[in-house]
Design a protein around this ligand. Structure first.
Ligand code: NAD
Length: 419
């Protein structure tokens, strides 16, 4: 079994796309390396009187096309290679939907569910102070990712503003609405996944209504995706979180599950009960006999060990990096279509871009306008990727990277390497 390194995954896909595009190695050597990598220690006074030191990271993969953009992850198993990969995926995601950002990502190794509200607040502010030299509305703009949310973005924005001596709403996106957060941002990634699902089902001649779907992950992305697909009359037969999954052949009561999860941030699906529901593991969810599978949790979920057992016809990657390169090859040989992360989950960064645009101009858009603009960008990107993939008879991931890598390399070449 190979050791999984997500950054190697990124490099192999970029290399493949650059070669197909006919670039010389010197054209794309520089984009293989993140521009900046910062590792910080974050001491926190814990509620029990001890001091605990957490490890944090901020990586800027590329600023060739604009300021670095990407979320902050709070998770126990995060590491530098993962943050490097996540920051590179942001570079190519922003390029595939053609918004003027580069890619960045940050993380703190911690379990936010084990921290009190005060500890989480202190950790966030100290981490923000530690990465302060890198971030700013024109440099690098964080946003929520796994384990973080609008409240944490508010604390980051407040810390950065205090340190600057004036209010700087544009330093982070995914903020609460009252601080300049974009209407529709919280739902944006899931809404973008919903547009993507409808587009790909349409291309594959599969009806939306009644189509059996399994979703791994019930956080921001998974829960909104589940809600919107349920509202579009899809049959959500399985969902999961870190504690395990739920299965019901006739379709789960998604509004009830979401109500249960939102009642208390400590609620987990292992304690949820509903008539006719069976409890399953995350591994069982991934290999269920459904038409559509949506991984919306973490990387490396569909890999060389379980790719041969996947029964879904179609995988839409709502998470970043849920399918490894080895799995991609197996799925492709088995005729399973994969809509890649950099396209499928780009809705979040698109509306983050709208939020940043509103913040720096001090204007405010209606939710309808945000959703319309999001749909326009997501549909255009989807059709661009679909068309090039069809034309060249390549998987959609390769098609997406052909578009994204070209935009990034051309921007980098236009700027030059200095002397
Ligand atoms: P979140 O923290 O809100 O939710 C994560 C979910 O995954 C939770 O339900 C959690 O219980 C579950 N989970 C955690 N560890 C797991 C494990 N080992 N096995 C199974 N489930 C596990 O995070 P999110 O913001 O919904 O992000 C989910 C994915 O989507 C990540 O890959 C993230 O990078 C990606 N993404 C997020 C956004 C965004 O706007 N939040 C945008 C684009 C991509």
């Amino acid at each position: 079994m190979s050791t999984y390194n997500p950054y190697d995954n990124v490099l192999r896909v970029v290399d493949q796309a650059a070669k197909i595009l006919g670039y010389a190695p010197e054209d794309y050597e520089a984009i293989k390396y993140p521009e900046r990598e910062l590792k910080v220690s974050v001491p926190v006074n814990m509620d029990d009187g001890t001091v605990k030191v957490f490890e944090g990271f901020r990586v800027q993969h590329s600023t060739s096309r604009g300021p670095a953009k990407g979320g902050i992850r709070y998770h126990t198993s995060v590491n530098m290679d993962e943050v490097k990969a996540l920051s590179a995926w942001m570079t190519f995601k922003c390029a595939v939907v053609n918004i003027p950002f580069g890619g960045g990502k940050g993380a703190v190794i911690c379990d936010p569910k084990q921290l009190s509200e005060r500890e989480l607040n202190t950790l966030t502010r100290r981490f923000t102070a530690a990465i302060f030299p890198l971030i700013g509305p024109e440099q690098d703009i964080p946003a929520p990712d796994v384990g973080t949310n609008a409240t944490i973005m508010a604390w980051m924005m407040d810390t950065f503003s205090i340190m600057n001596g004036h209010c700087v709403p544009g330093v982070v996106t995914g903020k609460p609405i009252e601080l300049g957060g974009a209407l529709g941002r919280q739902e944006a990634t899931g809404r973008g996944v919903m547009f993507t699902v409808k587009n790909i089902l349409n291309k594959m001649g599969i009806p939306v209504e009644g189509t059996a779907t399994a979703i791994q992950g019930m956080g921001n992305v998974g829960s909104i995706t589940a809600k919107l697909l349920y509202e579009n009359n899809m049959r959500i037969v399985a969902v999961s979180d870190v504690s395990g999954g739920l299965y019901k052949e006739s379709g789960l009561d998604i509004p009830n599950i979401l109500k249960y999860l939102s009642e208390d941030r400590h609620h987990l699906l292992e304690d949820y009960n509903e008539d006719g529901v069976t409890h399953i593991t995350n591994q069982e969810l991934l290999t269920l006999n459904t038409t559509l599978l949506i991984p919306a949790a973490l990387e490396n979920q569909i890999n060389e060990n379980n790719a041969a057992q996947i029964q879904a016809k179609l995988i839409v990657e709502a998470a970043n990096g849920p399918v490894t390169i080895e799995a991609d090859e197996i799925l492709s040989q088995r005729g399973i279509t994969v809509v890649p992360d950099i396209l499928a989950n780009a809705g979040g960064v698109v509306v983050s871009y709208f939020e940043w645009v509103q913040n720096i101009q001090s204007v405010s858009w209606t939710e309808n306008y945000v959703n319309e603009q999001l749909k326009e960008i997501m549909d255009k990107a989807f059709h661009g990727v679909w068309d090039i993939s069809e034309e060249k008879q390549l998987p959609m991931r390769t098609g997406a990277y052909l578009i994204a890598v070209k935009r990034v390399i051309d921007a980098k070449k236009a700027r030059g390497n200095w002397f």
